[in-house]
Design a protein around this ligand. Sequence first.
Ligand SMILES: Nc1ncnc2c1ncn2[C@@H]1O[C@H](COP(=O)(O)OP(=O)(O)OP(=O)(O)O)[C@@H](O)[C@H]1O
Length: 467
Amino acid sequence: MAELADRDGLAAQWARVKTRLRSECGETAYRGWLKSLTLARRDGQVVYLAIPSKFERDRVVTQYGDRLRGLWQGEDPAIAAVEVVAAARQEAVARAVPDVFEDDEPVAEPLSTPELVSAEPPSDLNAISASLDARFTFENFVVGKPNELAFAAARRVAESETVPFNPLFLYGGVGLGKTHLMHAIAWEIRRNHPQRRVLYLSAEKFMYQFIRALRYRDTVAFKDLFRSVDVLMIDDVQFISGKDSTQEEFFHTFNALVDNNRQVVISADKSPTNLDGLEERLRSRLGWGLVADIHPTDYELRLGILQSKVERVDVDIPPKVMEFLSHKISSNVRELEGALNRVVAHSTLVGRAITLEMVQEVLSDLLKANDRRVTIEEIQRQVASHYNMRISDMYSARRARAIARPRQIAMYLSKHLTQRSLPEIGRKFGGRDHTTVMHAVKKVDELRSTDRHFDADVDLLRRMLEG
Ligand SMILES: Nc1ncnc2c1ncn2[C@@H]1O[C@H](COP(=O)(O)OP(=O)(O)OP(=O)(O)O)[C@@H](O)[C@H]1O
């Protein structure tokens, strides 16, 4: 009986860990890698999780191992380690786990035994296409200035009878709706043209399928399959950066599809020009169609998104609270949604009305983290006022040292205190080139190492900005 209760408690903990993993790591990573994790058992201070293949296990352990452990420890600080074990297919996991874990040692399965990974390489689209989230539709996507181009382009691709632009390349920062739009395109095509063969998967899964095909010496089937689709959608293409043979294969697949007038849709965290570790010919081809940027959200869009989510959960949230959340949680939409969910969950569980005070209390950690984020505009303001110059000189062409040096410092701080790329920073400084930003960063680094006063000055600015 006690054992059963323990098991239930463990399952509830695992459900919470999975929910947090999903919101922290993003939908693409969750669906691509984490969803297939299953809870095996707990033994003393160690929790055992299972996953179908060794390949996935290696990936999950390197990429998400620390986070998994942290989340489990959040549930129970006594947990010292989380072991991820490769088991055969899902059914086998369910069957084998109790026996497999009879021994104290977790069993890791050898990579060289293909039948343990999967009986057959996939023979059809359904086997490799990632599943689509029912919530990620065009109807549920709130459109504002920052995402209107991406939205319009996505709709056009989904509704058009022909191929309007090839590829459609959607890019933007974390949690701004790339995956949502990709799923929406796939849903819409499925609805309007059920006969079209749509393949949607993450770039990591593409790589995984490719490596698997190599291992099975089955690259012909792989090529046939990928080249037989009407619409190929690859999410998070930045993951193939630096993976030469995967890139090569992707390039050929891409060309074959485009040459045959099949639609290709790609998403990434950066524009083709700014994707590092990509071969030049691929980079240039990725930019041939329409490149649509999803900009960071503005206040109006955040408020709109919150309103649309609140309508669906059917709870009463005072307008002041909605404004407060849209104002304060500006990092990304995923975090905004997470904040709303936390507030609603707290209110339902504890039976407490949603007020400004309650929200500040429940979200104190998140609010603090958002407060700390610095924008390029704040940096420009702070640096300009520190050096007693006009803010417009941050974007002006004036090159006098008294102006140029603080501007370089502001570029340097933008590079270090924000997530913006060099070209993005350059744009915010009057449309300067990324090499100018690079030069500024180098120059400030140099001066910091040779001039003590200069170094202290920059350090002071940094501390003021970081609050
Ligand atoms: N404009 C929007 N309207 C409604 N929901 C949105 C909008 N933008 C983002 N979201 C929601 O925010 C969450 C994160 O979006 P999504 O997973 O598409 O981001 P992403 O850009 O693919 O992030 P990542 O780079 O982490 O994969 C999703 O739940 C999505 O539905």
